[in-house]
Design a protein around this ligand. Structure first.
Ligand code: CTP
Length: 413
């Protein structure tokens, strides 16, 4: 999955021949799962039509402060109601990042000097998000001292240049100045965003799902855990740049990210073995699995026949995997879950101490919407200093995000 998935991209198109390439660029962004909002300078409309970009971006295209004949995605050339103000501040605040492509010498110069004579420039000046620009101009313009000075000024403002490429130019000359190809712009953005993700370089071990404890070759003791919470944490961690080792008991959940290494296990013992193998290498461990606390003391080698009227299975304790990690912890940030039905806070605090945790995510079965086989969860965070933070009822994805926000805060404290 691309790091652009779900990103809100504000694409500013200025008036150069390379503007025709923005049609492909918008398509690539949409294909990557991004939301795209296009703003055009008046001059750029001579090179690519607002209708093309509105259709491809599935959003209205703006080019003036007042809506007169800007297009909407749904009704093509039909104008929006006249006299509507296109709020550049709102557009700028909406975006996760802004890209100006092509950025002509004229637009770059205005960006560097703070000139504000069109909607694109007003939006640029209002933008607090990261700004990238992909210059496009003739080779001599690209090397002109004033252009180079503008590049430097914009870099000093914190904007990022996506360098032009070499090749045949519209003038017939050949050299540097061609706007980077749309595929290369996308790769540049993906690499840049990935390198700045908050969990970049961090390794996270996550346990998920139930464990099955064999009774005989066909029967087991298990539980109703779907694994969803652990898989959601794994996906969120990977999207935030971490490399993830996901040790999972039997689950129907799927892994959707190349940064997640899935290790499938069945029993508590297998889960323990894998966690002990990987724990020394990781920066963070999050135990979201619903591990069986007991297993049959002996496993029958043949299927047990239903001959006796009564039948008992002797159980023995499994090793507490989370506590085992806590016992050998060095610098790892260790997070456990606790499912309690009474004296929740007090019991959770005891578990923090007993298992040597940094943070516990407390689920109370008394909370409606929390627990097994649900799409939502209601948790309370308790850290090792016993500070308590109750959270709202949320989707499990949102809870996963909250947990990883705690991890990020730990590393950036
Ligand atoms: N856990 C574990 N290994 C076990 C049992 C539990 O790693 N054998 C972890 C779970 O992944 C979870 C936390 O411990 O992070 C769950 O604790 P909880 O459900 O509260 O159970 P216990 O700690 O076993 O305590 P009790 O059942 O006595 O409340």
């Amino acid at each position: 999955m691309s790091v652009l998935n779900g990103k809100k991209i504000l694409l500013g198109v200025s008036g150069g021949i390379a503007a025709y390439k923005t049609a492909s660029l918008v398509r690539l962004f949409i294909k990557a799962g991004a939301h795209v909002q296009v703003i055009m300078t008046p001059a750029s409309k001579d090179f690519v039509t607002p209708l093309t970009l509105a259709t491809l971006s599935k959003n209205p295209v703006y080019s003036t402060f007042y809506d007169t004949n800007d297009t909407t995605a749904e009704d093509g050339l039909q104008s929006k109601e006249e006299g509507v103000w296109n709020n550049h501040v709102e557009l700028a605040l909406w975006a996760d990042f802004m890209l100006i492509a092509p950025a002509t010498a004229n637009t770059l110069s205005k960006m560097a000097s703070g000139t504000c004579d069109n909607l694109l420039l007003a939006t640029y000046l209002s933008a607090k998000c990261p700004v990238y620009f992909a210059p496009a101009m003739d080779l001599d313009m690209y090397k002109h001292p004033s252009t180079l000075a503008n590049f430097k000024t914009l870099a000093d403002f914190g904007n990022t240049i996506i360098p032009a490429e070499s090749g045949e130019l519209a003038s017939g000359l050949s050299g540097e100045g061609r706007m980077a190809e749309p595929e290369n712009i996308v790769s540049f953005l993906e690499a840049d965003i990935a390198s700045k993700l908050p969990l970049k370089g961090k390794k996270i071990l996550i346990t998920a799902g139930p464990t099955y404890e064999a009774i005989d070759p066909v029967r087991f003791i298990g539980n109703h855990s779907s694994g969803k919470m652990g898989y959601d944490i794994a996906l969120c961690a990977a999207q935030l740049g971490a490399s993830v080792i996901l040790v999972s008991g039997p689950s129907h959940c799927k892994v959707h990210h190349s940064a997640i290494q899935l290790i499938s296990v069945v029993s508590a013992q297998e889960m323990l073995d894998e966690c002990q193998r990987y724990f020394p290498q990781v920066d963070v461990a999050i135990a979201a699995a619903a591990v069986a606390d007991y297993r049959p003391k002996t496993v029958a080698s043949q299927k047990i026949k239903k001959s006796a009227a009564e039948f008992a299975i002797e159980l023995e304790k499994t090793t507490d995997i989370l506590a085992a990690m806590g016992a050998v912890k060095n610098n790892q940030f260790l997070i456990g879950f606790a499912l309690e039905t009474e004296n929740e806070i007090e019991n959770a605090k005891l578990k923090i101490q007993k298992k040597n945790l940094d943070l516990i995510v407390l689920n109370s079965l008394q909370d409606e919407g929390a627990g097994f086989r649900k799409e939502t969860n209601k948790v309370t965070f308790i850290d090792k200093d016993f500070s308590i933070e109750p959270m709202e009822l949320k989707s499990k994805e949102a809870v996963a995000n909250d947990i990883l926000t705690k991890v990020i805060a730990h590393f950036h404290a």
